[in-house]
Design a protein around this ligand. Sequence first.
Ligand SMILES: Cc1cc2nc3c(=O)[nH]c(=O)nc-3n(C[C@H](O)[C@H](O)[C@H](O)COP(=O)(O)OP(=O)(O)OC[C@H]3O[C@@H](n4cnc5c(N)ncnc54)[C@H](O)[C@@H]3O)c2cc1C
Length: 340
Amino acid sequence: MLNAVNNEREIWVFSEHARGKLRAVTEELLHEARELSAGAWIVCAVSVSANRDIIEQLATAGAERIYCADSPTFNDWAPVPCADFVIGLARKRNPEIILFGGTDIGRDIAPRVASALRTGLTANCSSLRLGRYIDNNGRQFDDVLLQIRPVIGRLSATIVTPESRPQMTTVREGALRRKNNVAKGRGEIVQVAIGNTSPALQCKVISDIPAEEKPNLVGAERIVAGGMGMGEAQGFKLLHELAEAIGGQVGATRPAVDAGFTDHSRQIGQTGLTVRPRLYIACGISGAAQHTTGMSESETIIAINSDPTAPIFEMADYKIIGDVRRVIPALISALRRKGT
Ligand SMILES: Cc1cc2nc3c(=O)[nH]c(=O)nc-3n(C[C@H](O)[C@H](O)[C@H](O)COP(=O)(O)OP(=O)(O)OC[C@H]3O[C@@H](n4cnc5c(N)ncnc54)[C@H](O)[C@@H]3O)c2cc1C
């Protein structure tokens, strides 16, 4: 049974899983929630699955309490029933904060929840903190979620929702680091009964790329990324060959994606993915801030560009000044000769 009156302060993470495993972003958000709460608030996962393995994984990632429900209406992450579940639960429990992954699923459900609860939602935060906020009239608000996200170039904005609750954000996978020292949570299970959802309102996200074919750039150790300097879609074939030779994945800049050189799911940067590979090879990429914000934490960066003044060289560990159409085939043949 859920209490209508709630004196506990809760911070929630909407849980996502695929093929029986928690998505990395859910773990990252639970770790972040544990750090934010510093033991004072209860870190809860909200799960549209009551599967024992999922529950166990949520506890291992730090969930103290797990609100869960099972229903065929949640199949394929149907956004209306999933959102209704969170909305109904939030009205009973009044959480302080709800964190969603900046995934197709999270981005579909979170705005529905925020709108129904008449609260704010900040998309794509890159960092979260709890702090004090003083408004223009000198009113002071404590325990406010400081929702930090990039805006233009290297500028970022801190957005707050001082008065309405819950405070809500989405965070993309990889934007927050997984913490190593997160203690296992109690994993108290609260089974939630759900009502019926009107079938007329149901709809679902359909991806045209099968999950197993989606590139896994966020967890990749080696990335070969291409920009407009690759010239055309054919140029990306070279990148795939180089990526194969080093056992890596192919990424891209936004203009390269917009030009149809490759698929949108490979875009890295402010409005794409955040990656932290051990090796990042930037090919024909100028190094605009909107791109580098998504890859600047790569361990080693190699840049190939014909323009010696390209800004990407400022952050590169190894600089190759030259034409990608000559340099990349030479690299591929050298690697093949070496059998790497
Ligand atoms: C709100 C907003 C969000 C954005 N989000 C993103 C984002 O998420 N990700 C992103 O990438 N961009 C994003 N952008 C776009 C960003 O500002 C840059 O325009 C983009 O990153 C530049 O892409 P590029 O390096 O491929 O192209 P360019 O800037 O055109 O650079 C091409 C580079 O290739 C080099 N070159 C050309 N020919 C060759 C050759 N034959 N051999 C070697 N080098 C060659 C050139 O010297 C040049 O440096 C965003 C912009 C805005 C306004």
